[in-house]
Design a protein. Structure first.
Length: 442
Protein backbone atom coordinates (compact mmCIF):
# COMPACT_ATOMS: atom_id res chain seq x y z
CA UNK A 1 0.00 0.00 0.00
CA UNK A 2 1.30 3.45 -0.91
CA UNK A 3 2.56 5.56 2.01
CA UNK A 4 0.33 8.56 1.18
CA UNK A 5 -2.32 10.78 2.71
CA UNK A 6 -4.79 13.40 1.48
CA UNK A 7 -3.84 17.08 1.74
CA UNK A 8 -6.03 19.07 4.09
CA UNK A 9 -6.28 21.93 1.58
CA UNK A 10 -8.64 20.24 -0.85
CA UNK A 11 -12.01 21.57 -1.99
CA UNK A 12 -14.26 18.87 -3.49
CA UNK A 13 -17.11 19.66 -5.85
CA UNK A 14 -19.36 17.03 -7.52
CA UNK A 15 -20.12 17.67 -11.19
CA UNK A 16 -21.95 15.82 -13.94
CA UNK A 17 -21.21 15.73 -17.65
CA UNK A 18 -22.77 13.55 -20.34
CA UNK A 19 -24.50 11.49 -17.68
CA UNK A 20 -21.28 10.67 -15.82
CA UNK A 21 -20.63 11.82 -12.25
CA UNK A 22 -17.22 13.26 -11.42
CA UNK A 23 -15.49 14.87 -8.49
CA UNK A 24 -13.47 18.02 -9.13
CA UNK A 25 -10.79 18.45 -6.48
CA UNK A 26 -9.07 21.83 -6.18
CA UNK A 27 -5.95 22.45 -4.10
CA UNK A 28 -6.34 25.87 -2.47
CA UNK A 29 -2.58 26.37 -2.08
CA UNK A 30 -1.16 25.15 -5.40
CA UNK A 31 -4.40 25.94 -7.34
CA UNK A 32 -4.12 22.59 -9.11
CA UNK A 33 -7.40 21.07 -10.27
CA UNK A 34 -8.02 17.39 -10.96
CA UNK A 35 -11.22 15.80 -12.22
CA UNK A 36 -11.86 12.08 -11.69
CA UNK A 37 -14.88 9.78 -11.87
CA UNK A 38 -16.82 9.67 -8.62
CA UNK A 39 -15.95 6.00 -7.95
CA UNK A 40 -12.24 6.67 -8.44
CA UNK A 41 -12.37 9.62 -6.05
CA UNK A 42 -14.12 7.49 -3.40
CA UNK A 43 -11.09 5.18 -3.42
CA UNK A 44 -8.66 8.11 -3.29
CA UNK A 45 -10.54 9.77 -0.47
CA UNK A 46 -11.09 6.67 1.68
CA UNK A 47 -7.86 4.76 1.06
CA UNK A 48 -5.46 6.52 -1.35
CA UNK A 49 -3.02 3.64 -1.12
CA UNK A 50 -5.45 1.45 -3.09
CA UNK A 51 -5.61 3.80 -6.07
CA UNK A 52 -3.80 2.98 -9.29
CA UNK A 53 -0.10 3.81 -9.17
CA UNK A 54 -0.26 6.31 -12.06
CA UNK A 55 -3.12 8.15 -10.37
CA UNK A 56 -1.26 8.28 -7.05
CA UNK A 57 1.83 9.67 -8.81
CA UNK A 58 -0.23 12.33 -10.60
CA UNK A 59 -1.91 13.41 -7.37
CA UNK A 60 1.43 13.56 -5.57
CA UNK A 61 2.73 15.90 -8.28
CA UNK A 62 -0.29 18.16 -7.86
CA UNK A 63 -0.10 18.19 -4.05
CA UNK A 64 -3.49 16.52 -3.66
CA UNK A 65 -1.70 13.64 -1.96
CA UNK A 66 1.39 13.79 0.25
CA UNK A 67 3.72 11.23 1.71
CA UNK A 68 2.55 10.32 5.21
CA UNK A 69 5.55 11.95 6.88
CA UNK A 70 4.95 15.30 5.15
CA UNK A 71 4.41 18.21 7.54
CA UNK A 72 1.73 20.41 5.99
CA UNK A 73 2.11 23.01 8.75
CA UNK A 74 5.69 23.54 7.56
CA UNK A 75 4.53 23.69 3.93
CA UNK A 76 1.90 26.28 4.82
CA UNK A 77 4.38 28.42 6.74
CA UNK A 78 6.92 28.32 3.88
CA UNK A 79 4.22 29.10 1.33
CA UNK A 80 3.05 32.12 3.32
CA UNK A 81 6.56 33.47 3.78
CA UNK A 82 7.18 33.14 0.06
CA UNK A 83 4.12 35.31 -0.63
CA UNK A 84 4.78 37.80 2.18
CA UNK A 85 8.36 38.49 1.07
CA UNK A 86 8.03 38.17 -2.70
CA UNK A 87 9.15 41.42 -4.36
CA UNK A 88 9.04 40.20 -7.95
CA UNK A 89 5.97 42.43 -8.32
CA UNK A 90 5.77 45.60 -6.22
CA UNK A 91 2.35 47.19 -5.81
CA UNK A 92 1.89 50.62 -4.24
CA UNK A 93 -1.10 52.79 -3.41
CA UNK A 94 -0.58 56.53 -3.13
CA UNK A 95 -3.15 58.79 -1.49
CA UNK A 96 -2.46 62.04 -3.30
CA UNK A 97 -5.35 63.79 -1.57
CA UNK A 98 -7.93 63.12 1.12
CA UNK A 99 -10.24 65.73 -0.37
CA UNK A 100 -13.37 64.47 -2.12
CA UNK A 101 -16.18 66.09 -4.11
CA UNK A 102 -18.67 63.36 -3.19
CA UNK A 103 -20.73 63.00 -0.01
CA UNK A 104 -21.06 59.21 0.04
CA UNK A 105 -23.33 58.05 2.84
CA UNK A 106 -21.23 54.97 3.56
CA UNK A 107 -17.65 56.30 3.32
CA UNK A 108 -15.65 54.56 6.03
CA UNK A 109 -13.12 57.41 6.34
CA UNK A 110 -14.00 60.67 8.07
CA UNK A 111 -13.42 63.77 5.89
CA UNK A 112 -9.94 65.27 5.95
CA UNK A 113 -8.50 68.17 3.98
CA UNK A 114 -4.89 67.10 3.50
CA UNK A 115 -3.34 66.83 0.03
CA UNK A 116 0.11 65.75 -1.10
CA UNK A 117 2.51 68.55 -2.01
CA UNK A 118 4.84 68.45 -5.01
CA UNK A 119 7.80 68.02 -2.64
CA UNK A 120 6.19 65.09 -0.82
CA UNK A 121 5.19 63.43 -4.09
CA UNK A 122 8.80 63.66 -5.26
CA UNK A 123 10.01 62.14 -1.96
CA UNK A 124 7.50 59.27 -2.32
CA UNK A 125 8.68 58.61 -5.86
CA UNK A 126 12.33 58.61 -4.82
CA UNK A 127 11.51 56.14 -2.03
CA UNK A 128 9.85 53.87 -4.62
CA UNK A 129 12.83 54.12 -6.95
CA UNK A 130 15.28 53.20 -4.18
CA UNK A 131 13.10 50.24 -3.18
CA UNK A 132 13.03 49.03 -6.79
CA UNK A 133 16.80 49.45 -7.06
CA UNK A 134 17.27 47.18 -4.02
CA UNK A 135 14.57 44.60 -4.76
CA UNK A 136 14.90 44.42 -8.57
CA UNK A 137 11.24 43.66 -9.35
CA UNK A 138 10.22 42.50 -12.80
CA UNK A 139 7.01 44.53 -12.56
CA UNK A 140 5.62 47.55 -10.69
CA UNK A 141 1.89 48.28 -10.42
CA UNK A 142 0.91 51.61 -8.90
CA UNK A 143 -2.51 52.81 -7.80
CA UNK A 144 -3.40 56.46 -7.18
CA UNK A 145 -6.40 57.25 -5.02
CA UNK A 146 -7.92 59.70 -2.58
CA UNK A 147 -10.35 61.11 -1.59
CA UNK A 148 -10.85 61.84 -5.23
CA UNK A 149 -7.51 61.52 -7.01
CA UNK A 150 -8.51 63.80 -9.92
CA UNK A 151 -8.85 66.76 -7.54
CA UNK A 152 -5.02 66.84 -7.69
CA UNK A 153 -4.37 66.32 -11.41
CA UNK A 154 -0.99 68.08 -11.55
CA UNK A 155 0.46 66.00 -8.69
CA UNK A 156 -0.95 62.86 -10.29
CA UNK A 157 0.52 63.61 -13.72
CA UNK A 158 3.93 64.64 -12.38
CA UNK A 159 4.30 61.57 -10.19
CA UNK A 160 3.05 59.16 -12.86
CA UNK A 161 5.42 60.70 -15.42
CA UNK A 162 8.42 60.32 -13.14
CA UNK A 163 7.60 56.72 -12.32
CA UNK A 164 6.90 55.79 -15.94
CA UNK A 165 10.21 57.21 -17.15
CA UNK A 166 12.23 55.63 -14.33
CA UNK A 167 10.77 52.13 -14.45
CA UNK A 168 10.63 51.79 -18.22
CA UNK A 169 14.15 53.17 -18.40
CA UNK A 170 15.28 50.30 -16.19
CA UNK A 171 13.37 47.74 -18.23
CA UNK A 172 10.76 47.16 -15.51
CA UNK A 173 7.25 46.38 -16.70
CA UNK A 174 5.11 49.30 -15.49
CA UNK A 175 1.53 50.49 -15.34
CA UNK A 176 -0.71 52.40 -12.97
CA UNK A 177 -4.40 52.67 -12.21
CA UNK A 178 -6.60 55.36 -10.70
CA UNK A 179 -9.49 54.89 -8.29
CA UNK A 180 -11.99 57.62 -9.09
CA UNK A 181 -15.65 58.47 -8.56
CA UNK A 182 -15.79 59.28 -12.28
CA UNK A 183 -17.19 62.80 -11.96
CA UNK A 184 -14.02 64.58 -13.12
CA UNK A 185 -12.57 62.25 -15.74
CA UNK A 186 -12.26 63.67 -19.26
CA UNK A 187 -10.80 62.31 -22.51
CA UNK A 188 -8.04 64.91 -22.29
CA UNK A 189 -6.95 63.88 -18.79
CA UNK A 190 -7.22 60.20 -19.66
CA UNK A 191 -5.14 60.67 -22.82
CA UNK A 192 -2.35 62.50 -20.99
CA UNK A 193 -2.24 59.82 -18.31
CA UNK A 194 -2.31 57.05 -20.90
CA UNK A 195 0.91 58.46 -22.37
CA UNK A 196 2.70 57.87 -19.06
CA UNK A 197 1.44 54.38 -18.25
CA UNK A 198 -2.23 54.53 -17.26
CA UNK A 199 -3.40 50.91 -17.55
CA UNK A 200 -6.94 51.16 -16.19
CA UNK A 201 -9.58 53.35 -14.57
CA UNK A 202 -11.33 51.95 -11.49
CA UNK A 203 -14.61 53.77 -11.20
CA UNK A 204 -16.91 53.51 -8.17
CA UNK A 205 -20.59 53.22 -9.13
CA UNK A 206 -23.13 51.94 -6.60
CA UNK A 207 -25.88 50.81 -8.98
CA UNK A 208 -28.37 52.50 -11.33
CA UNK A 209 -29.35 56.15 -10.83
CA UNK A 210 -32.06 55.42 -8.25
CA UNK A 211 -29.52 53.68 -6.01
CA UNK A 212 -26.28 55.45 -6.85
CA UNK A 213 -27.54 59.02 -6.47
CA UNK A 214 -28.81 58.34 -2.98
CA UNK A 215 -25.62 56.59 -1.84
CA UNK A 216 -23.03 58.71 -3.67
CA UNK A 217 -24.35 62.27 -4.18
CA UNK A 218 -22.16 65.20 -5.12
CA UNK A 219 -21.18 67.59 -2.33
CA UNK A 220 -22.02 70.49 -4.64
CA UNK A 221 -25.79 70.18 -4.82
CA UNK A 222 -25.91 72.97 -7.42
CA UNK A 223 -23.99 70.80 -9.87
CA UNK A 224 -26.41 68.54 -11.70
CA UNK A 225 -28.76 68.74 -8.73
CA UNK A 226 -26.21 66.85 -6.66
CA UNK A 227 -26.80 63.74 -8.77
CA UNK A 228 -23.70 62.05 -10.09
CA UNK A 229 -24.84 58.92 -11.95
CA UNK A 230 -25.66 60.44 -15.35
CA UNK A 231 -22.63 62.71 -15.08
CA UNK A 232 -20.34 59.70 -14.58
CA UNK A 233 -21.85 57.72 -17.44
CA UNK A 234 -21.54 60.70 -19.80
CA UNK A 235 -17.87 61.00 -18.83
CA UNK A 236 -17.26 57.30 -19.40
CA UNK A 237 -19.02 57.39 -22.77
CA UNK A 238 -16.33 59.80 -23.93
CA UNK A 239 -13.40 57.63 -22.75
CA UNK A 240 -11.92 55.31 -25.43
CA UNK A 241 -12.49 52.07 -23.53
CA UNK A 242 -10.57 50.05 -26.11
CA UNK A 243 -7.45 52.02 -25.14
CA UNK A 244 -8.07 52.44 -21.40
CA UNK A 245 -9.85 49.54 -19.68
CA UNK A 246 -12.61 50.68 -17.35
CA UNK A 247 -13.25 48.60 -14.24
CA UNK A 248 -16.39 49.37 -12.24
CA UNK A 249 -16.34 48.76 -8.50
CA UNK A 250 -19.82 48.42 -6.99
CA UNK A 251 -20.50 48.38 -3.28
CA UNK A 252 -24.00 47.27 -2.32
CA UNK A 253 -25.97 47.41 0.91
CA UNK A 254 -26.22 43.78 2.01
CA UNK A 255 -29.13 44.58 4.36
CA UNK A 256 -31.26 46.03 1.54
CA UNK A 257 -32.95 44.64 -1.57
CA UNK A 258 -31.33 47.39 -3.67
CA UNK A 259 -28.85 44.80 -4.94
CA UNK A 260 -31.64 43.48 -7.16
CA UNK A 261 -31.49 46.76 -9.10
CA UNK A 262 -27.75 46.60 -9.80
CA UNK A 263 -28.15 44.61 -13.06
CA UNK A 264 -29.93 47.70 -14.45
CA UNK A 265 -26.61 49.58 -14.07
CA UNK A 266 -24.84 46.97 -16.20
CA UNK A 267 -27.61 47.20 -18.80
CA UNK A 268 -27.08 50.96 -18.88
CA UNK A 269 -23.42 50.40 -19.74
CA UNK A 270 -24.38 48.22 -22.70
CA UNK A 271 -27.14 50.52 -23.93
CA UNK A 272 -24.92 53.59 -23.80
CA UNK A 273 -21.96 51.84 -25.44
CA UNK A 274 -19.63 52.26 -22.46
CA UNK A 275 -16.73 49.85 -22.85
CA UNK A 276 -16.60 48.56 -19.28
CA UNK A 277 -14.01 45.78 -19.07
CA UNK A 278 -15.28 44.23 -15.86
CA UNK A 279 -17.42 44.80 -12.77
CA UNK A 280 -16.55 43.80 -9.19
CA UNK A 281 -18.90 43.69 -6.21
CA UNK A 282 -18.30 44.13 -2.49
CA UNK A 283 -20.74 44.70 0.38
CA UNK A 284 -20.72 48.09 2.09
CA UNK A 285 -18.47 47.92 5.12
CA UNK A 286 -19.62 49.27 8.48
CA UNK A 287 -17.93 52.41 9.78
CA UNK A 288 -16.10 52.26 13.08
CA UNK A 289 -18.32 55.01 14.49
CA UNK A 290 -22.08 55.40 14.10
CA UNK A 291 -23.40 53.83 10.90
CA UNK A 292 -26.66 52.69 9.37
CA UNK A 293 -24.85 50.07 7.28
CA UNK A 294 -24.58 47.22 9.75
CA UNK A 295 -25.25 44.36 7.35
CA UNK A 296 -21.55 43.86 6.58
CA UNK A 297 -21.26 40.89 4.19
CA UNK A 298 -24.84 39.77 4.80
CA UNK A 299 -26.18 36.86 2.76
CA UNK A 300 -23.40 35.59 0.44
CA UNK A 301 -26.09 34.46 -2.00
CA UNK A 302 -26.61 38.15 -2.86
CA UNK A 303 -23.00 38.45 -3.94
CA UNK A 304 -23.29 35.25 -5.96
CA UNK A 305 -26.43 36.61 -7.64
CA UNK A 306 -24.63 39.80 -8.70
CA UNK A 307 -21.63 37.91 -10.02
CA UNK A 308 -23.81 35.60 -12.09
CA UNK A 309 -25.79 38.56 -13.47
CA UNK A 310 -22.49 40.16 -14.46
CA UNK A 311 -21.38 36.97 -16.22
CA UNK A 312 -24.62 36.91 -18.21
CA UNK A 313 -23.63 40.32 -19.55
CA UNK A 314 -20.11 39.29 -20.49
CA UNK A 315 -18.23 40.42 -17.37
CA UNK A 316 -16.12 37.44 -16.29
CA UNK A 317 -16.41 36.65 -12.60
CA UNK A 318 -15.21 33.12 -11.86
CA UNK A 319 -12.09 32.86 -14.04
CA UNK A 320 -9.79 32.78 -10.98
CA UNK A 321 -10.24 31.35 -7.48
CA UNK A 322 -11.37 33.86 -4.83
CA UNK A 323 -8.90 35.30 -2.34
CA UNK A 324 -9.42 37.25 0.87
CA UNK A 325 -5.87 38.05 1.97
CA UNK A 326 -5.21 41.45 3.52
CA UNK A 327 -2.65 43.48 1.58
CA UNK A 328 -1.29 44.80 4.89
CA UNK A 329 0.23 41.34 5.39
CA UNK A 330 2.34 41.47 2.22
CA UNK A 331 5.58 43.43 2.36
CA UNK A 332 5.62 44.33 -1.34
CA UNK A 333 2.21 46.06 -1.03
CA UNK A 334 2.88 49.57 0.26
CA UNK A 335 0.50 52.48 0.92
CA UNK A 336 1.67 56.12 1.11
CA UNK A 337 -0.38 58.79 2.88
CA UNK A 338 -0.55 62.42 1.76
CA UNK A 339 2.27 63.44 4.15
CA UNK A 340 4.60 60.67 2.99
CA UNK A 341 3.80 58.33 5.86
CA UNK A 342 3.75 54.60 5.15
CA UNK A 343 0.45 53.27 6.48
CA UNK A 344 -1.07 49.82 6.83
CA UNK A 345 -4.26 50.52 4.87
CA UNK A 346 -5.58 53.31 2.66
CA UNK A 347 -8.93 53.18 4.50
CA UNK A 348 -7.46 54.41 7.78
CA UNK A 349 -7.38 57.99 9.02
CA UNK A 350 -4.20 60.06 8.80
CA UNK A 351 -1.69 58.97 11.42
CA UNK A 352 -3.21 55.54 12.02
CA UNK A 353 -1.12 52.37 11.80
CA UNK A 354 1.95 54.26 10.52
CA UNK A 355 5.03 52.09 10.18
CA UNK A 356 7.43 54.36 8.35
CA UNK A 357 7.99 57.51 6.32
CA UNK A 358 9.51 58.05 2.89
CA UNK A 359 12.24 60.27 4.34
CA UNK A 360 13.21 57.79 7.08
CA UNK A 361 12.30 54.36 5.72
CA UNK A 362 10.38 51.56 7.43
CA UNK A 363 9.94 51.55 11.20
CA UNK A 364 10.59 47.85 11.76
CA UNK A 365 9.40 47.94 15.37
CA UNK A 366 6.04 49.44 14.35
CA UNK A 367 5.85 47.10 11.35
CA UNK A 368 6.42 44.03 13.50
CA UNK A 369 3.38 44.89 15.61
CA UNK A 370 1.15 44.75 12.52
CA UNK A 371 2.19 41.24 11.53
CA UNK A 372 0.91 38.83 14.22
CA UNK A 373 -2.53 37.32 13.72
CA UNK A 374 -3.87 34.77 16.15
CA UNK A 375 -5.81 32.22 14.15
CA UNK A 376 -8.48 30.17 15.90
CA UNK A 377 -7.99 26.41 15.83
CA UNK A 378 -10.69 25.95 13.19
CA UNK A 379 -8.69 28.07 10.72
CA UNK A 380 -5.45 26.19 11.22
CA UNK A 381 -6.66 22.60 11.33
CA UNK A 382 -10.09 22.49 9.71
CA UNK A 383 -10.37 25.14 6.98
CA UNK A 384 -9.13 24.33 3.49
CA UNK A 385 -9.54 28.01 2.58
CA UNK A 386 -6.69 29.28 4.76
CA UNK A 387 -4.19 29.57 1.85
CA UNK A 388 -6.75 31.76 0.02
CA UNK A 389 -7.68 33.82 3.07
CA UNK A 390 -4.96 34.32 5.72
CA UNK A 391 -7.54 35.83 8.06
CA UNK A 392 -9.18 38.25 5.64
CA UNK A 393 -9.49 42.04 5.75
CA UNK A 394 -8.06 43.53 8.94
CA UNK A 395 -10.22 46.63 8.49
CA UNK A 396 -13.42 44.59 8.64
CA UNK A 397 -12.23 43.16 11.96
CA UNK A 398 -11.50 46.69 13.16
CA UNK A 399 -14.98 47.85 12.13
CA UNK A 400 -16.49 45.11 14.28
CA UNK A 401 -14.72 46.49 17.33
CA UNK A 402 -11.81 44.05 17.29
CA UNK A 403 -8.19 45.05 16.77
CA UNK A 404 -6.28 45.33 13.50
CA UNK A 405 -4.99 41.80 13.92
CA UNK A 406 -8.47 40.29 14.16
CA UNK A 407 -9.88 37.63 11.85
CA UNK A 408 -12.44 38.47 9.18
CA UNK A 409 -13.95 35.11 8.27
CA UNK A 410 -15.68 35.11 4.88
CA UNK A 411 -15.75 31.34 4.53
CA UNK A 412 -19.36 31.05 3.38
CA UNK A 413 -18.96 33.57 0.55
CA UNK A 414 -15.56 32.21 -0.46
CA UNK A 415 -16.89 28.67 -0.67
CA UNK A 416 -19.80 29.73 -2.89
CA UNK A 417 -17.50 31.56 -5.30
CA UNK A 418 -14.84 28.85 -5.24
CA UNK A 419 -17.37 26.12 -6.01
CA UNK A 420 -18.58 28.06 -9.05
CA UNK A 421 -14.99 28.57 -10.21
CA UNK A 422 -14.21 24.87 -9.81
CA UNK A 423 -17.36 23.82 -11.68
CA UNK A 424 -16.60 26.08 -14.64
CA UNK A 425 -12.95 25.02 -14.85
CA UNK A 426 -13.74 21.32 -14.46
CA UNK A 427 -16.49 21.24 -17.09
CA UNK A 428 -14.21 23.06 -19.50
CA UNK A 429 -11.43 20.52 -18.86
CA UNK A 430 -13.59 17.45 -19.49
CA UNK A 431 -14.08 16.32 -23.08
CA UNK A 432 -17.43 15.05 -24.25
CA UNK A 433 -17.96 11.42 -23.38
CA UNK A 434 -16.57 9.36 -20.53
CA UNK A 435 -12.92 9.43 -19.52
CA UNK A 436 -11.16 7.54 -16.79
CA UNK A 437 -9.33 10.63 -15.60
CA UNK A 438 -8.76 14.19 -16.79
CA UNK A 439 -6.28 16.49 -15.14
CA UNK A 440 -5.80 20.23 -15.47
CA UNK A 441 -3.27 22.47 -13.78
CA UNK A 442 -5.03 25.78 -13.18
Amino acid sequence: MADVKMSRFIAEVPIEKDGVNFIAAFHTMTTSLIVVPEAVWATIRNDPGRAQAEIVEALLQQGVLHRTATDEDAILAAYKQQIVHDFSVIKTKTLITRLCNNACSYCIVNPESSSMTHETALAVDRFCFELARKKRPRQVEDLYSGGEALLSPSILLESASRRYNYYTGWGIQYGFSIITNGTLITPEIASRLKEVGLSSLRVSIAGPASVHDSLRPLKDTDRNGGKSYDLILKNLEAIPGAEIPIFVQTQYDSSSDDYLLVPKMMDDFKQRGIAVYNVAFTPIMARRDETIYTGMTGDPAKLLFLMKEAEKRGYRQFHSPPANACMADIRSRITFDTDGSIIACASLQSGEMVYGHVTKGFDFVAESQLLPRKFPERCITACALLPRCWGGCRLNALARGEDFNGIDCQAEALWLILEEHIKQQALAALPSGNASMEREVA
